[in-house]
Ligand binder design. Structure first.
Ligand code: NAD
Length: 316
């Protein structure tokens, strides 16, 4: 029987992935943890406060609950990370090392750890960034993710730790707000469109970036973790892709449903981060190895986001 531990469960991905995991393994089999308290549906299952940097607490949880799978989501993201590089490095690296070390000699059979398109940089091909390519990240977040990818492959090769990873693009969902990344505009814009009818975007209008709807990201995670180990040929992190759009393209799509919505552009420090990331990602290897397929493009994503947020207008 699987016993799953989610670390950083209250964040943008965790609050949706934890519920999806509970749907698969049963509510009681999925333990959510975070340094913040959970809200809504997440609080309906097992939850413990856990700071991933407190090694002893992590080990105690693994041993007490005989954990078989860990999903490590606790991290400081690209934009937030620039305000405090050292703390970002410590959380992102120490957190991963703590989990990989315990996965070597415990009941833990599989680990999921997300990487990011932030591993790419100005020398990476802009269009269809390949799986294996030049990587020169220039944020502390991107540097920590690239180092993390190398650690994952190292622990797999050297200690046979079954760790699996995806290089997520910007993620968009309606259930939770983003946690300080460079693609946060793609969620914020919906809330502003519905509430204030105007949005000041922190990226320039033609900044083209890879993006994914949250349902696809959650499904990709479940499918990768469920895949036969022999099929998981990439042990650093898989490129994964769904759509690319600019703030202007996203605005035009929302504007079709909300004609009174307006936008202005005031690029800030996040523009430089975005300018060094690819416009699009080549995910052929993920499609070949474990049959990855995205479902949501721009049109479907916008329609779904608007209709779900409209239902919850009262909470906006
Ligand atoms: P988030 O910031 O929304 O959530 C992170 C969670 O970790 C928060 O709930 C936070 O309270 C918790 N946390 C912070 N410090 C902690 C600590 N010391 N111990 C335990 N928990 C702690 O982030 P997210 O968007 O859900 O991202 C999750 C993972 O996915 C991260 O590794 C991130 O780099 C990666 N990722 C996210 C995106 C995206 O668009 N959201 C894109 C690419 C990769």
């Amino acid at each position: 029987m699987e016993k799953v531990l989610v670390i950083g469960a209250c964040g943008q991905i965790g609050s949706e992935l934890t519920l999806a995991l509970r749907g698969v393994y049963g509510t009681d089999a999925v333990i959510a943890t975070d340094i913040n308290k959970p809200e809504d549906e997440l609080a309906e299952g097992p939850f413990f406060m856990l700071n991933i940097l407190q090694k002893k607490d992590l080990l105690q949880l693994i041993e007490k609950h005989e954990i078989t799978q860990i999903y490590l989501l606790a991290a400081i993201l690209s934009a937030k990370g620039e305000a405090n590089p050292r703390t970002t490095w410590e959380l992102n690296m120490e957190g991963l090392l703590n989990v990989l070390e315990y996965a070597r000699n415990s009941s833990v059979k599989k680990v999921f750890w997300p990487s990011s398109i932030a591993v790419f940089g100005s020398l990476t091909p802009k269009v269809a960034a390949p799986q294996d390519t030049i990587m020169n990240p220039d944020t502390v977040y991107g540097i920590s993710k690239l180092a993390g990818e190398r650690l994952c492959e190292y622990y797999f090769e050297k200690f046979k730790v079954d760790v699996r990873s995806l290089r997520f693009p910007g993620l968009i969902g309606y259930k939770s707000r983003p946690g300080g990344g460079t693609t946060d505009f793609a969620v914020d814009i919906f809330h502003k469109a519905l509430k204030e009818k105007t949005y000041e975007c922190f990226l320039a209008e033609n900044t083209l970036l890879p993006m994914m709807y949250m349902d696809d990201a959650v499904r990709a995670t479940l499918e990768l973790m469920d895949a036969d180990s022999k099929k998981v040929k990439v042990r650093s992190s898989y490129n994964i892709s769904a759509m690319s759009f600019s703030p202007a393209e996203l605005f035009r799509e929302i504007n079709r449903y909300r004609p009174d919505f307006t936008i202005t552009y005031k690029p800030d420090f996040r523009q430089k981060i975005a300018d060094n990331w690819p416009n699009s990602i080549d995910d052929t290897q993920a499609r070949k190895d474990w049959a990855w397929e995205h479902q949501y493009g721009l049109t479907d994503m916008v329609k779904t986001m608007l209709s779900n947020l409209e239902k919850n207008l009262i909470n906006l």
